[in-house]
Each structure stands twice: as C-alpha cells, then as structure tokens.
Write a protein that binds this ligand. Structure first.
Ligand code: NDP
Ligand code: MG
Length: 373
C-alpha cells in the first residue's frame, strides 16, 4: 500500500491532499514537510503519525521531534532525503515556487512517483525533469484533465491542446487595474488557493506558467497549445482532434479530484467530492483571452518559445513581483512590466544544468529586486 511524502503539507494543496488520504483506504503518510506553520504541522503529525517531518525552523523542529519522538528536520537539503527514503512510494510536491525543483528532481532520481502540483519547477527545469516523464502525474486541474483526455489515445490524432482559464477576479473589472488592492486580487471567483497562485490567476501569469507546464508534460509545441476563458471552471481542459472534434474533461471545481487521480492513477476510485450535475450548472461559456488586459500570458508564451534562460528568469522575476505586490511595494500592473524587463536581460539559449538554473534564478531575483527597490 502506497506510502506518501507531502512537501508543503500545510498549504492549500497539502491540506487537501491529506483530506484525500483520509478517504483513501490503505494510503499511509510517511513524511510531512511544512514551511513555517508549526501549529498546523503539529496537528497533522498527531493525526497522520508520519515517520518523519520537516519544518523550516530549527527550534520548531526540535520541539516537535521531542513531542512525537520522530526525526523532524529543518534543513531544506533534508527534503531530498525525505523524498528518497526507500519506504516512500509517492511524493506530492505542493510547495510553491522554484524551490521545489531540487527535491522534485531528487524524488524522480530515486524512482518515486511524483504527484506534481508545483508548476514553477517545470517552468524552470522542465528539460531536466522530462527524462523521468513516466514518473510524473500532474495535479494541476487543467493538466490532470488533459491526462484524462490523452489516456489511451494515439497522440498523432491530437491536433492541439486547449487549456481553460477562469479569467480570475478581474475578467469583467471595469477600468484600469493599476490600483487594485491585494485583497481584490486574492479574491478568486472559483478556487480557494494559496496567495502566490491566486495573484498569478489575477494577472493570468498562472495560465502562462500552465502553457509551459503543458508543453513539457505533453511534449506539444507552443503553437499547438491554446488558452480559452471559461468562467464556470467546469471544463478543466480539452484536446482537439485532427478532424476538428473536441474531447473535454468536466468536473466539480474541487482540487481533491485531480489530487486523488494523481495518487491512484491509473485507477479511478470513488471520492467524497460533490458529483457533477450539469443540470445545476446550466450554462457553460467560453471567450477569448483579453491579452491587452493580461499581458503576462503573452510573456509566458514568449519565454517558453525562446527557451533556455528565459522561462527561468520569467518565473523568478514573477515570484519576486508577486511577493512585492502582496507587501505593497509594487502596483498590480507593474507585475508584468517587471517580469518583461528582467526576462529580456536573459538571452542564453542552451539547456542549463541544475546548477546553472539555480544561478539564473538567483540572478533574476537580484535584478528584479533592484528594479523594485
Ligand atoms: P500554499 O501557499 O497554500 O502552500 C505552500 C506550502 O509550501 C505550504 O505548506 C508552505 O508551508 C510550504 N512551504 C513553503 N516554504 C517551504 C519550505 N522551505 N519547505 C517546505 N515547505 C515549504 O500554496 P498552494 O498549495 O496554493 O500551491 C502549491 C503549489 O501548487 C504551487 O506551485 C501552485 O502553483 C500549485 N497549484 C495550486 C493549486 C491550488 O488550488 N492551491 C492548483 C494548482 C496548482 P507553511 O504554510 O507552513 O509556511
Ligand atoms: Mg491550474
């Protein structure tokens, strides 16, 4: 029966993963890793009784280790040990940002199944991860939907991928987005998610990162990946076949569905999530993306197509820009401005090694902070 290690257990995806495991007979939590939320990690250790845990603070790690008599680490390098543990079968990567890249690669190198929520790792290091393609199962709802659509299908019959996007909180906003507040940007209409991805959804950089994610996961060229706005978030993505017909995956907007599928794949088992009833949904609507309002999407296509250093710089600059927006140091409309400025200073074309990725990431963050400062 599968032993699961969850990186980012105290976040939105992490807590929902634990809820899925509560309802999945036979799945055992082997390890839990949090950033700083000691109170919640303590509750999770008490309930799920992992063999080890991690928290990014030595004092908290020491006190939890004494209380539960299990190893509790605080050094980020030990995340790599946790995911490589011989007892581990599945690693759920639910930390946010490119910091997930090293432990994800460690899990893949150790031969584990990786249920991947963290899209930033694929944006920064997709070319390194693809040699382990068969071990990666996407958790992101769009890519999970595509996983369903691709299942058992000959890929030469698939003409293009169509990612759906809710359009975020500002799809129908009247006027300029320049002075919107963090509170307004965090208020996603359909999904309750962590702060960083909520802001990415408001700028639509989230969809841009997902285009790059789809490029790597499904090995499709950017010219064959499209985005369509679908405000109801019921169709989670689609593929168009050579004859023009479309296969879509529909489901209740609840991340526990794709999380569960990534754990049980290729099995599909019952779930506590509300069953989809299309007569209650009534209408499904689709519209093109307003690229003037959401320039981040175009930036991501540009970086993805350029390849090499640009997607790494795009992602790092965006992480810095979102953090600066959330702390009031940047206006909403300056997020794509900053990303474009930083990204354009990185023109290297070759596929970087892990060390080079980490260097480009740090350098892009320095340039982004200089711009902000
Ligand atoms: P959250 O911000 O809610 O959670 C992030 C998690 O990472 C928290 O548990 C946090 O711990 C933990 N963390 C932060 N730093 C460290 C560290 N150094 N070591 C270990 N853990 C750390 O993010 P989400 O759950 O929303 O998103 C996670 C990833 O999944 C992102 O890449 C996002 O894009 C992707 N995703 C999320 C979706 C969603 O619905 N939320 C949907 C699709 C994809 P703590 O809170 O204790 O500090
Ligand atoms: Mg998504």
């Amino acid at each position: 029966m599968p032993n699961v290690v969850i990186l980012g257990s105290t976040g939105s995806i992490g807590t929902q993963t634990l809820d899925v495991i509560r309802h999945l007979p036979g799945y055992t939590v082997l390890g839990l890793a949090a950033g700083s939320n000691k109170k919640l990690l303590r509750k999770q250790i008490a309930e799920f009784k992992p063999q080890f845990a991690s928290i990014n603070c030595p004092e908290s790690a020491k006190s939890l280790s004494e209380e539960f008599s299990i190893p509790v680490y605080s050094d980020p390098l030990q995340l790599e040990e946790m995911v490589s543990d011989p007892r581990c079968d599945v690693v759920v990567v639910a930390v946010v940002g490119a910091m997930g890249l090293k432990p994800t690669l460690a899990a893949l190198e150790a031969g584990k199944r990786v249920a991947l929520a963290n899209k930033e790792t694929l944006v920064a290091g997709g070319h390194l991860m693809m040699k382990y393609q068969s071990q990666i199962i996407p958790v992101d709802s769009e890519h999970s939907a595509l996983w369903h659509c691709f299942y058992g299908r000959d890929r030469k019959h698939i003409a293009k991928i169509i990612l759906t996007a809710s359009g975020g909180p500002f799809r129908t906003y009247k006027g300029s987005l320049e002075n919107v507040s963090a509170k307004e940007a965090l208020a996603h209409p359909n999904w309750d998610m962590g702060g960083k991805i909520s802001i990415d959804s408001a700028t639509m950089m989230n969809k841009g990162l997902e285009v790059i994610e789809a490029h790597w996961l499904f090995n499709f060229p950017y010219s064959h990946i499209e985005v369509v706005v679908h405000p109801e978030s019921i169709v989670h993505s689609m593929i168009q076949l050579n004859d023009g017909s479309v296969i879509a995956h529909l489901g209740t907007a609840d991340m526990r569905l794709p999380i569960q599928y990534a754990l049980t794949y290729p099995d599909i088992v019952s779930s506590p999530v509300e069953q989809l009833d299309l007569t209650k949904v009534g209408t499904l609507s689709f519209e093109p993306v307003d690229l003037k309002r959401f320039p981040s999407l175009e930036l991501a296509y540009r970086a993805g197509q350029a390849g090499g250093e640009q997607p790494i710089a795009l992602n790092a600059a965006n992480e810095e820009a979102v953090a600066a927006f959330l702390t009031g140091k940047l206006k909403f409309t300056q997020i794509p401005e900053l990303v474009e400025k930083v990204m354009e200073t990185f023109q290297g074309k070759s596929f970087p090694t892990l060390e080079q990725i980490l260097d480009i990431d740090s350098e892009a963050r320095i340039r982004a902070r200089e711009w902000i400062g």
